[in-house]
Design a protein. Sequence first.
Length: 301
Amino acid sequence: MIVVLSGGTGTPKLLIGLKDLEDFAVIVNTAEDIWISGNKVCPDIDSVIYALADVIDENKWWGLRGDSFRTHEMILKLGGDEFMAIGDLDRAVHIFRSELLRRGYTLTEATRKLRISFGVEQEVLPMCEEEVSTMILTSRGEMHFQEFWIKFKGLPEVLDVYFKGIENARATEDVLRVLDDCDFVLIGPSNPITSIMPILLVKGVKEMLREKFVIAVSPIVGKNPVSGPAGKFMRAKGYEVSPIGVVNVYSDFLDVLIVDRVDEGLVGKYGDVKIVSTNTIMKSRDDARRLAQFILKKFKT
Ligand code: GDP
């Protein structure tokens, strides 16, 4: 069994390729979660569940395939300022989750109920129970990650990123159990700052990773992320935007970094980290499956 650390786009793509090949549990970032129109939205948890259930909208990598947006449109018509476009069926998931939380379920329990309802066999575990919010300090003021990315379209200059509430976050028993049980840990190609760093800062996680064999897939290919704002955030945090910058974010515990063929020149050793290369761009399920096969063949003993 392996453990995968995940955000909501790059890693879920890889999970689709991995799911018929190997047993795994996923530890998911919850620092991008936000309450919208009275419901708790967990974008990364939902993308992981939707991807594994084969219902994700693969054009956007969020939301459910074929969803409609009538409730969202009505809220806007009524004068609401719901800045995230939430699909009708997607919203049903948020309502169901929030109702469970209001009834006293933990987020771990509510997520378990949801993923079972979607027929997902793999464990999908929120990184912690405590609420953590990724805040972006920008030239236009401080804002939640979702406001920065959706309302402001990722345009403001980024001065810093921090995780409100992270000092109270502790790894859950389930997170510690799967980390203890696994053969190795795979950090998927996710945003190192806003998707993976919050997981690493949850008390108890990094200590476990130091004891484990840890492999990461670089979300940076050449000098740019494949998609999304990872470059802006890495720069703001003082990291070079390159696979070497990714190694530096994970330097405390990383054993292997998988880079794209474009970065073949980096193959070898960088400090204690081994760098290997293969095709890491996943445009199709076959691409994802090939990358998953490469990882298992090379590192699963
Ligand atoms: P978020 O939660 O939606 O921000 O998503 P993630 O953090 O899981 O994924 C975003 C990261 O995935 C970005 O930094 C992208 O560069 C990376 N990414 C997306 N697709 C691919 C891909 O096909 N290959 C690789 N190597 N990285 C990818």
